[in-house]
Design a protein around this ligand. Structure first.
Ligand code: ZN
Length: 464
């Protein structure tokens, strides 16, 4: 009798577990099957990652960036466009997890719960996705990074509309041709190191002088007589326990805030950081989103990092010029810098960027894009003043407020070159951030990349 009872109990438990298990898998299938299809390890579903019948990915003008023709996934017929947009569009391998083709594969393939991937062609609901990017502008930035210098450069360049959030240009190097992916082996692995990472979204870099935008904002808000002040720069000065020096010890003489920004004087900005103190510096960095990760469509950007020390004036000074060290090391992400510049351009309020313009059917709704999300990073008055002290450039007939950066990174590598800022023209409201690794002066390496892309954007201004 006892034994029978025990057996019945066991059977009952197993039955409950079985029903529960079925329930679990049913729920998984109902709620998460689309996600499962999007996983890169399911690329083996077929040779083209299940993409041979998928919808197209188009740029903002309707130029096809990826489409399925006769059972094959084909990319743009322009090789430079293919390479320039590799990290945004993706390839058959789906190794670039942040690319549209990896993230939204179930939508592109028309994955159906009932039919799975075997759905008859006539019943498919595969979606086309129209991106916000402009292929020509991306091509210009990519060409400069790839062929504009003595050797192909690693880096990133992003430009977006600070009123609508549309990402116009997004380029990350190194890359490759998705129509002819490389076999990565011992000989070329150094070149392809990090190739699946989109540097625009997923990497951080030492900012150097572009961080002076944040220090300047803190100074403008907290030092009442900031515009009456002048400082003397001898090229090198002991602040705290060690020296702070300007680039190549260049002496800038007696200068005011605007001149300090223009000449990118480290001594002045280090002194400002020390005068403001760690609390106010940390507060402004926090307020401007330096330690934040941004959700761009379905991707979270790499977090920047700013932390000012309370008891070390020298390191505090260096953090104010974007060159902290150890646990006080400054780091920023390119997309984040474009967002911060968009706040300066846009009365202190940044619009969250997006890569998705639309598509057939209800693509925007199906993707669940959180459009029109904004961040209040600065008071309108502070934003205007920061913008006013940024150096002004004329690029392709556009009025551009921008800051260069030349960030020392050590390891016997050349500095990170930066050029970040915004177009002040109301009919082409673009914010941008471009970085070139192992390079030199921001003005010699990053500025030409941004200029090439902005000149193209200026030429196409009616359509962007
Ligand atoms: Zn100086």
């Amino acid at each position: 009798m006892k034994r029978t009872l025990r057996r019945s109990t066991l059977i009952l438990i197993l039955t409950i577990a079985f029903i529960g298990g079925i329930g679990f898998f049913t729920a998984e299938l109902l709620f998460n099957a689309g996600d499962w299809v999007d996983q890169p390890y399911n690329a083996h579903i077929s040779g083209s990652g299940g993409l041979e019948k998928a919808g197209s990915i188009l740029d903002r003008d309707g130029n096809p960036l990826a489409q399925s023709v006769d059972g094959e996934r084909v990319y743009s017929d322009d090789e430079t466009v293919r390479r320039a947009l590799l990290h945004t569009v993706g390839d058959n391998s789906l190794n670039i997890s942040t690319a549209v083709q990896s993230k939204y594969r179930s939508l592109l393939t028309g994955y159906s719960l009932i039919w799975g991937l075997n759905m008859p062609q006539s019943m498919r609901t595969s979606r086309d996705i129209v991106l916000t990017v402009d292929a020509e502008t991306c091509k210009s930035a990519y060409s400069m990074l790839q062929t504009g210098f003595e050797e192909p450069k690693r880096g990133a360049c992003v430009i977006y509309n600070y009123k609508t959030g549309d990402v116009i240009c997004s380029v990350s190097t190194p890359g490759y041709d998705p129509a002819d992916p490389p076999q990565i082996n011992e000989e070329n692995e150094a070149y392809y190191d990090g190739v699946y990472l989109d540097n625009v979204l997923s990497s951080t870099f030492t900012p150097g002088s572009i961080f002076k935008i944040v220090t300047a904002a803190a100074a403008i808000e907290n030092i009442p007589d900031i515009y009456q002040r002048t400082w003397y720069c001898d090229g090198r000065e002991t602040i705290g326990k060690n020296d702070i020096h300007c680039y190549q010890d260049t002496a800038h003489g007696e200068i005011n805030l605007q001149e300090a920004m223009e000449h990118s004087c480290n001594i002045v900005f280090a002194k400002l950081a020390v005068e403001l103190g760690s609390e106010k510096m940390n507060a402004m960095a926090e307020k401007m989103g330096v330690n934040m990760s941004f959700e761009i469509d379905d991707v979270f950007t790499a977090k920047g990092h700013y932390l000012a020390p309370a008891n070390d004036e020298n390191v505090l000074g260096w953090t104010g010029v974007g060159q902290g060290s150890g646990e006080y090391e400054d780091k920023v992400n390119p997309m984040q810098m474009a967002i911060i510049c968009s706040a300066v351009a846009n009365q202190g309020t940044a619009v969250n960027p997006t890569y998705i313009k639309g598509g057939n059917g209800d693509v925007l709704k199906e993707i669940g894009i959180k459009q029109n999300k904004t961040y209040d990073f600065l008071d309108p008055n502070t934003a205007k003043q920061v913008g006013d002290i940024m150096p002004v450039y004329e690029i392709g007939g556009l009025t551009v407020h921008a800051k260069t950066g030349t960030a020392e990174v050590g390891d016997e590598k050349g500095p990170n070159a930066w050029f970040v800022g915004y177009v002040a023209d109301s009919d082409l409201p673009l914010a941008f951030a471009c970085v070139v690794e192992d390079a030199g002066l921001g003005s010699e390496y990053a500025r030409p990349v941004a200029e090439a892309a902005l000149e193209t954007a200026a030429r196409l201004r009616g359509t962007l």
